[in-house]
Design a protein around this ligand. Structure first.
Ligand SMILES: NC(=O)c1ccc[n+]([C@@H]2O[C@H](COP(=O)([O-])OP(=O)(O)OC[C@H]3O[C@@H](n4cnc5c(N)ncnc54)[C@H](O)[C@@H]3O)[C@@H](O)[C@H]2O)c1
Length: 399
């Protein structure tokens, strides 16, 4: 298959490219290096050192005799998107190329605007490029479990049966996201569902849980590392907790820590995306998958990191609750369904506890780097303090 990965330089995009190449697919990749730039802007860096894309690609070639055919550019530029789709003629496009940090989108109006415009326009560009150039191609779009929020009822996979005033229908499940970033994913989902219906496009919309881990079997040398962020803007809670343990800093769950989310390992995320790419929907079908395989509260994650660090690394880790910078429920019901991927053959291959041990092992080589970043690990982006228009600041800038 010809596979086009939008966001190939990212945490998930890079290991996915390695897997698809290994499985004999032709892989085209796009990236604007947006994440690298924005992470620098918040005075942070990937803890695992990542080479410039061209070097990683050369190292990949040296090891596998295969590489990604790469296009540098921004997918919110329609002309660029059309050119890439025309040049690669993909059977499937995996769309990962979005601003993906909830805290980044909540810093202020400028960041919220950038997230809204880039994310929603990029998906719209993709929809039109596919409709006009490769209408039979499969759009495999990465959304997030965060689209659903935390309702007090079970969460189905995209759609559910509703009875209201004596009538029944099968409808999209209501979404209630918790940051501007998550809302962009909701808007993308609505746009994809609509486009699929109007233009008969084949779409898979993946509601993915939080991804964790540093390794997949193809990452066999440091030159092939994927990025790993631990700061409060771009790092997930689990990433931050692992970094804090390794640097002997207190592990800091936000608030009570009862916030519960779905999780999946990097290896299993790559496995699922490969499975979905190789098993496309019917023409005109819009299908939704909840892609996670376990759920944990933030406090449970902190406890697992503490236990693994103390048992396997002989250190002492302290858990210290800090003020929650987000506006979210700290205790709630959470029961999302996740059966559709299993029906396609997905089987979980990783346990969170084992992966935490590997993450701690990998991070332990970079303890000094983590210590030098300690200020950017602590929460500084408070939802309630999101900045409005700042005098002299351009809200829309060139990336
Ligand atoms: N990592 C997770 O835990 C997680 C969980 C749920 C959903 N997701 C979603 O999965 C996708 C990939 O996540 P990730 O963790 O690999 O993020 P990432 O930031 O590491 O990767 C995204 C890549 O896309 C590129 N990019 C962003 N906007 C672009 C644009 N307009 N044009 C071209 N390139 C652009 C970035 O430079 C980056 O390399 C994102 O859409 C994210 O929202 C991630």
């Amino acid at each position: 298959m010809n596979v086009l990965i939008l966001g190939v330089d990212g945490y998930i995009g890079w290991p996915l490219a390695l897997r698809l190449l290994k499985r004999g697919h032709m892989v085209y990749g796009v990236d604007s290096f947006f994440t690298r730039r924005r992470v620098k802007e918040v005075h942070s860096d990937s803890v695992l050192p990542i080479e410039p894309f061209s070097i990683r690609n050369k190292k990949l070639h040296a090891r596998m005799q295969k590489q990604v055919t790469f296009f540098r550019g921004d997918v919110s530029d329609a002309k660029f998107m059309y050119d890439v789709v025309e040049a690669s003629r993909p059977d499937v496009i995996v769309h990962l190329a979005e601003q993906r940090s909830a805290p980044y989108s909540m810093i202020g109006l400028k960041q919220a605007t950038e997230t809204m415009v880039k994310n929603i326009v990029s998906t719209l560009n993709l929809i039109y490029a596919v409709k006009d150039i490769v209408p039979e191609a499969h759009i495999l779009k990465m959304g997030t479990m965060g689209e659903y929020g935390t309702p007090n009822i079970d969460i189905p996979e995209g759609f559910f049966e509703v009875e209201y005033n004596g009538r029944r229908d099968y409808l999209p499940f209501p979404k209630f996201a918790s940051s501007w970033y998550h809302w962009t994913k909701v808007h993308d989902s609505n746009n994809l569902m609509f486009a699929s219906k109007v233009w008969n496009l084949s779409v898979t919309d993946v509601m993915q849980g939080v991804v964790y881990g540093t390794r997949t079997p193809e990452i066999v040398e440091t030159g092939l590392y994927t990025r790993f962020d631990v700061d409060e803007v771009f790092g997930t809670a689990l990433n931050r907790f692992c970094a804090q343990a390794i640097a002997n800093l207190p592990i800091t769950p936000y608030g009570k820590g009862g916030q519960t989310r779905g999780f999946i390992s990097l290896e299993d995320s790559v496995q699922c995306l490969t499975l979905l790419a190789e098993n496309p929907p019917d023409r005109g079908e819009y299908r939704v998958f909840n892609q996670f395989d376990e759920h944990y509260s933030v406090l449970k994650l902190a406890t697992i990191v503490k236990e693994v660090y103390e048992e396997e690394f002989g250190g002492i880790a302290e858990i210290k609750h800090v003020e929650n910078p987000r506006v979210e429920k700290e205790e709630h019901y959470y029961n999302p369904i996740h059966e559709n991927l299993k029906k396609l053959g997905f089987r979980r291959t990783k346990e969170l506890r084992d992966e935490v041990e590997l993450m701690l092992q990998d991070l332990s080589q970079f303890r000094d780097k983590i210590l030098s970043m300690r200020e950017v690990i602590e929460p500084r982006t408070f939802w309630k303090e999101s900045r409005g228009l700042v005098q002299g600041e351009k809200v829309v800038e060139e990336s």
